[in-house]
Design a protein around this ligand. Sequence first.
Ligand code: 2BA
Length: 109
Amino acid sequence: MKLIIAIVQDEDASRLVSALMNDGYGVTKLATTGGFLRAGNTTLLVGVDDNRFEGCLHIIEKLCKSRRQMATSPITAGGAVGMYTHMPIEVTVGGATVFVLNVEQFAKF
Ligand code: 2BA
């Protein structure tokens, strides 16, 4: 068994959960915050049998789009120590950041 941890954008989360549920996957949805943008995103936990995890990854890949987003990045002004300004920068976020872990044990009590 594998545990898929997928960090996706809020805009894609609802459709993705529906698609996974319709295909018979068990899903837990967590409200999370990205460390860089400090903006909300969604983390999904999906426990899957080994023979089904490729199918799950395929659905995530199909439904999660990458988007350009503006962010402000603190940079040092004029090289002076302790003087910061905020520069707008554009970053590409997503489609999805996915971790796949082997599950040692799975139980439901
Ligand atoms: P954030 O940390 O808010 O990052 C949003 C986007 O900002 C990233 O998109 C990336 O394009 C950019 N970014 C992140 N750190 C950067 C940096 N130091 N300099 C310049 N640009 C930077 P994604 O890579 O698609 O990541 C989307 C979200 O997935 C992240 O939101 C974070 O919540 C999560 N994530 C990404 N990589 C991760 C990792 N190695 N471990 C845990 N979570 C991760």
